[in-house]
Design a protein around this ligand. Structure first.
Ligand code: BGP
Length: 478
């Protein structure tokens, strides 16, 4: 297995799934702070009513809302970073919490305490030669912007986002090269409260408003790219979307046409951010559904003129699609539900494990975009057992090995992949279900779904395995 010199091996997580300290250091409430726990039987919790949000806002406890407590990274980051350094991480992809910097989102000046937290965190990473890769908005925005502005449906949010993003880039431009403007930007279409702060009952025409909010996010992303290119030309700005890989159920032409259509629809967000224009499949769908978006003068030029510098994505699982979809057995995969693939195994959460799909995705996307590629998320979320201080997670090692082999094949195929950050490198709160039980990490965190536990960290067997992989630059996968 050959990986390029300087390949960025590492791990990834989001502020709202690890930090905790939800009401410390001047942080305001964010959308992540209002979600209670779901589970693998009932599925993820992606929506809240206006009333439920107000109730959560007035409730100061962190037991009902697990992302408020995270894994206490806010206080333990030095020890956790030391563990990442022990594994030899070259990079850590994580997000800044917007409401730690602008607690309400519409203030003129940033919260100095929040900035100071990230200054110290980044200094700690640099001390260990770990390169930060930043996501500016990862499934959270200040709750005030949701309640007062209807989230990204309001154009003024572009200005507030830019204020926050420029604050962070001005502060850290000489220490951080790679910046991702939005995590899984397509989430706005699938889980609009999490992706764009849209409360369904407050919006008359949700179908249209979802696309309008997404348009504002695209414009914000391009305006930020413009700012960075003009002021800090050495930095790299990236887009990030969910790779919803699907296969046609059969070679029946109807299935293949259905597959092609869905694949084009699923690629649309990255298309906009790379090609700088809306794809015809969306334009046609808008026309069919009577969706009329409001573009301000100059918007389409901005998108065209300032595409991203690199393409990143999350990849966990694949699905199947067919022309008669509704009659088939379904399973879930990250943001989507689709048909089951009889050739694949799945996790207890129903995500189908498909290593070859990673090679497929890298080739498919590079063939389309011709930009440097970064695997921002990939990982196995499953049940782990801690026994005598040890977690024997050979299943996670198998998952990783098979995906790394397929990534190496994609590199061999000529796809320029510059990094791989394994998702949830330390156990954290699940994005979809807010459980602890869905563990991804190389590091076990002693905390259960109810928030009981010492929060002590334990190295899993995969910790030592990944360390060896990094030390050999991907050559030793034994
Ligand atoms: C992606 C998100 C992450 C994340 C991961 C795994 O969609 O970007 O935040 O957590 O999926 O999802 P989950 O935690 O629901 O297993």
């Amino acid at each position: 297995m050959k990986f390029p010199e300087g390949f960025l091996w590492g791990g990834a997580f989001a502020a709202n799934q690890v930090e905790g300290g939800f009401n410390e250091g001047g942080k305001g409430l964010s959308t992540a702070d209002i979600f209670p726990k779901g589970d693998r039987k009932t599925g993820g919790v992606f929506d809240r009513t206006y009333e439920q949000i107000l109730k959560a806002k007035d409730d100061s406890n962190d037991l009902t809302y697990p992302k408020r407590r995270g894994i206490d990274f806010y206080h333990r980051y030095k020890d956790d970073i030391a563990l990442f350094a022990e594994m030899g991480f070259k990079a850590l992809r994580f997000s800044f919490s917007w409401s730690r910097i602008f607690p309400n989102g519409d203030e003129e000046k940033p919260n100095e305490e929040g900035l100071q937290f990230y200054r110290e965190l980044i200094a700690e990473l640099r001390k260990h030669n770990i390169q930060p890769i930043i996501t500016l908005s990862h499934f959270e925005m200040p709750l005030h912007l949701v309640l007062e502005y209807n989230g990204w449906s309001d154009r003024r949010v572009i200005e507030y986002y830019l204020r926050y993003a420029k604050t962070m880039i001005d502060e850290f431009h000489d220490q951080i090269k790679y910046w991702i403007t939005f995590n899984e930007i397509d989430a706005t279409l699938h889980i609009p409260l999490i992706g764009a702060g849209l409360i369904k009952e407050k919006i008359a025409d949700l179908e249209t408003v979802k696309f309008q909010a997404l348009h504002h996010q695209f414009v914000a992303s391009s305006l930020l790219t413009k700012y960075v290119h003009e002021n800090y030309p050495d930095l790299m700005i990236g887009c990030m979307s969910t790779k919803n890989l699907k296969y046609p159920a059969t070679c029946k032409p109807e299935d293949c046409v259905q597959w092609l259509h869905e694949t084009m629809m699923d690629s649309a967000c990255t298309d906009v951010q790379v090609f700088g224009e809306y794809p015809y499949v969306w334009k046609k769908m808008w026309k069919d559904k009577g969706i009329e978006l409001h573009f301000e003068q100059g918007d389409l030029e901005i998108l065209k003129k300032y595409p991203v510098d690199f393409v990143s994505f999350s990849y966990y699982a694949s699905l199947v699609t067919s022309a008669e979809g509704s009659q088939k057995e379904k399973t879930s995969a990250n943001l989507l539900v689709g048909e089951k693939n009889p050739y694949l195994k799945q996790t207890p959460w129903g995500w189908q494990i498909d290593p070859e799909g990673l090679r497929f995705s890298l080739n498919q996307m590079y063939d389309r975009y011709k930009k440097p590629m970064f695997v921002a998320e990939n990982g196995l979320g499953t049940l782990d057992v801690l026994e005598d201080g040890r977690v024997k997670d050979d299943y996670r090692i198998d998952y990783l090995r098979s995906h790394i082999i397929e990534m190496a094949k994609a590199i061999e195929d000529s796809v320029p992949v510059f990094g791989y950050t394994y998702w949830g490198c330390i156990d954290c709160i699940s994005a979809s279900t807010s459980e602890m039980a869905k563990r991804y990490g190389f590091i076990y965190v002693d905390q259960d779904d109810e928030g009981n536990g010492s929060l002590k960290r334990y190295r899993k067997d995969s910790f030592y395995w990944y360390k060896k992989v990094i030390a050999s630059n991907g050559e030793d996968l034994s």
